[in-house]
Write a protein that binds this ligand. Sequence first.
Ligand code: ZN
Ligand code: ZN
Length: 160
Amino acid sequence: MSVPREGGCACGAVRYRLTSEPMFTHCCHCLNCQRQTGSAFVINLLIEADRLELLAGDPQPVNVPRDDGSAQRIFRCPECQVAIFSEYGRPEVRFVRAGTLDQPDGVAPDVHIFTKSKLPWITLPDSAPAFEVYYDSKVLWPPASLERLAAIIAPASSDA
Ligand SMILES: [Zn+2]
Ligand SMILES: [Zn+2]
């Protein structure tokens, strides 16, 4: 990555920089993500919390109920309320919403998940694997990304 990726909210109060490439990039077609975004899916960049460098502003967490009874923390700009990133019970990993990047065309999903609720008019590309629900990160993630994840979390857990 020659130039670090940067992004922010709509009003400009929140600005951030990713100090490295993400560990992995999800395209999630679950109903929670559809409801939260008002769209067909969400694209999340999974990255260590300390590699999401805030340049301006202080995104505020909102606890959002999910269909499985759990809560997801969505961090929003305190001014314009655009969602910047999420936390799924594990503050060490940020799920950065790719649509907030200045150049969202610079990333592409590494995997499509929860395709069981994918909208029927979406045709997925062959360039990334797709799963009805979830996948085994130990199989799919590059070794370097698995090492990064192991460096920040306790063993034996799974992603949302
Ligand atoms: Zn804003
Ligand atoms: Zn989802």
